[in-house]
Write a protein of this length. Structure first.
Length: 133
């Protein structure tokens, strides 16, 4: 008999045992994906993606250039929100900018993509309103 267990929002996992033709016990494991537009944290994923895309447009239209630290944070949140955890080779010691960018992205390892999107949107709003620089 299979039982359903929540894995993450929008995904349920199940496992159980069956008997093979030879009478042996074999495990079965599977995942069930709900509607891709299901909510995560109360915000429909398609709405979150639309807000994330809009924030990417708005950040390019800022009246003032953000500080280097804000730019680094924007980059890291964007990469985490769009690609997930950092992957690939870390840039060499002579590529200072690339190395800082990679390390900022790597520092967000384990942060959910949706959470990174929300933080990116919030940071863009702060930059637009002048709260952050």
């Amino acid at each position: 008999m299979a039982r359903l267990y929540p894995v993450t929002p929008g995904i349920e996992g199940f496992f159980g045992f069956i008997r093979t033709a030879r009478g042996r016990r074999a495990a079965i494991i599977g995942l069930h994906f709900r509607n891709p537009d299901s909510t995560h944290g109360g915000t429909p994923m398609s709405d979150l993606q639309a807000r994330f895309d809009q924030a990417q447009i708005e950040v390019k239209q800022l009246s003032e250039r953000p500080s280097n630290m804000s730019l680094l944070r924007l980059y890291a949140l964007f990469k985490q929100g769009s690609e997930g955890d950092a992957h690939g080779d870390k840039p060499g010691m002579t590529d200072f900018v690339g190395r800082y960018k990679f390390e900022a992205w790597e520092a967000l390892r384990g942060t959910a993509r949706e959470q990174a999107m929300e933080q990116y949107i919030a940071l863009v709003e702060e930059l637009r309103s002048g709260v952050a620089s």
